[in-house]
Design a protein around this ligand. Structure first.
Ligand code: ATP
Ligand code: MG
Length: 455
């Protein structure tokens, strides 16, 4: 139920407003400006109805104070006299509506409904805006390793030159799209849009229309004229994601566009022009594509002007702890979880894992750990998927003789812990089943668990 704040010095008016609205809204009625500001803080109303003529502080003076506390709050002003200059003044100070007393109940009801609805729209818009800024917010990019800093430096330099074509290479999840966004955001084209097209996701038959748009009636289903990514990206950036998946016919159409920046909509005859910077990305080896015949050589050279390769995470392990901490605080905030630190043993597991899915995989592992363990304050090995514990292939067999001296007792303990945990997870927590998996008895397994202090 929404809350209405009524501010009027006359008890009769407060009473009648309460009577009119109390079935639909929660009504908080106060008698002066001071109480109104207080109520704004404690009751967080969705709308205020404010009388203009009050002894201590007039409604017109109260209005800016309310707006200062809550700029989004819709305020309806009530006054006994219809003084045009007052109306103008009120609207200028941010009032949503101005009604004269004695008020018409239906008119006031309508005014309240309208104002609440408009405020709802405004909230939606603000949410959309913050979503947009987040999309462009590249401040949450993490990495201190030399390899990553070098990549970033090349990207920054290329960003500054607004017409240069950039080709991003990198394994899945290394941050190609993120880097493309960063380049756009740091380029002179930042105030124009960046339009992405995911070449792997668009069906071949629709790709030309996606890229260049179409005229009404140009094919079945083309109900109206539609502009394509190229046209929408005019003066901005065109991001060709997963370019390695682009079908051969489209490769030649794209090449023609890249040569003179001219194109035609599907079914159209006018030659149009778009001024875009092109950033392309792929996790495939395009050069190999050229020699194997699935990627056009001329297109390759058109795109490969400034090639940037993002190193996989396993080649820059120094970045792992930074990313882990970043995502722990990010998801703890997002999910309102309690997680605030990472136990050293968990960090060790995370740092030893080779991360074939790169940063996306790491991000998912942390998100899962936090979502499933909302109350835990510390990330421990128990919160991590069992397969991470294998670490880099081969090391799961324990230390090689070269790393002597080792504590046999300690190593055996760790191996036992790992195997028992894995078996328990596999068995869904069922002790008897886990014992079968470990080829031992339930009693011995129980004893081991107690001895090792596992929970
Ligand atoms: N340096 C970084 N700092 C923080 N987060 C990052 C970084 N690099 C990538 N990420 C995050 O990792 C995830 C994967 O990044 P992105 O989608 O850009 O990768 P990609 O290379 O395009 O992957 P794919 O080839 O699978 O499309 C995203 O959530 C992104 O925000
Ligand atoms: Mg991508």
């Amino acid at each position: 139920m929404k809350t209405l704040l009524v501010v009027d010095d006359e008890p009769g008016v407060r009473f009648s407003l309460e009577t009119v609205f109390q079935r639909q809204y929660r009504v908080v009625a106060v008698e002066n400006g001071e109480q109104a500001v207080e109520a704004l803080r404690t009751e967080s109303p969705d709308l205020a109805i404010v009388d203009i003529l009050m002894p201590d502080m007039s409604g017109l003076d109260l209005l800016p104070l309310l707006k200062q506390e809550d700029p989004q709050l819709p305020v309806i002003m009530l006054s006994a006299l219809k003084d045009v200059s007052k109306v103008v003044d009120a609207i200028q100070r941010g009032a949503a509506q101005y009604l004269t007393k004695p008020f018409d109940v239906d008119e006031l009801r309508l005014a309240v409904r309208m104002a609440l609805r408009n405020a709802g729209r405004l909230n939606e818009l603000t949410a959309l805006e913050s979503e947009m800024t987040r999309w462009y917010d590249t401040s949450s990019i993490v990495g201190e390793s030399r390899a990553w800093r070098e990549t970033l430096a090349v990207a920054q330099r290329a960003a500054a030159s607004p017409d240069t074509t950039i080709m991003l290479y990198g394994e899945s999840g290394t941050g190609k799209e993120l880097l493309a966004r960063l380049i756009h955001a740091r380029s002179p084209r930042r105030n124009a849009p960046m339009m992405p097209i995911h070449c792997a996701a668009v069906p071949e038959a629709l790709m030309e229309s996606e890229l260049f748009g179409h005229e009404k009636g140009s094919f079945t289903g083309a109900m109206e004229r539609r502009r394509g990514c190229v046209e929408l990206a005019d003066t901005g950036t065109l991001f060709l994601d997963e370019i390695g998946e682009m079908p051969a016919a489209m490769q030649s159409k794209l090449l023609r566009f890249l040569q003179d920046h001219e194109f035609m909509r599907v079914g159209g005859s006018a030659i149009l022009h778009a001024n875009v910077r092109v950033i392309a990305a792929t996790n495939r080896d395009l050069k190999k594509g050229v020699s194997e015949g699935w990627f056009r050589e001329d297109l390759f050279y058109r795109l490969n002007v400034v090639p940037i390769t993002i190193p996989p995470l396993r080649d820059r392990p120094e970045d792992i702890p930074l990313l882990v901490n970043h995502y722990v605080s990010h998801f703890a905030r997002e999910c309102r979880g309690a997680m605030e630190s990472v136990h050293a043993a968990a960090m060790e597991i995370l740092c030893n894992y080779p991360w074939p899915g790169n940063i996306r995989e790491l991000r998912n592992v942390i998100e899962r750990a936090i979502v499933l363990n909302g109350a835990a304050r510390e990330l421990t090995p128990a919160h991590l998927p069992a397969e991470l514990e294998g670490g880099a292939a081969g090391t799961s067999a324990g230390p090689s003789p070269a790393s002597f001296p080792v504590s046999l007792q300690q190593e055996v303990r760790e191996l036992e812990t790992r195997l028992i945990r894995a078996a328990l997870i596999e068995a869904g927590g069922n002790l008897s089943q886990a014992a079968v998996l470990l080829q031992t008895t339930r009693r011995i397994l129980k004893y081991k668990i107690d001895q090792l202090g596992l929970d």
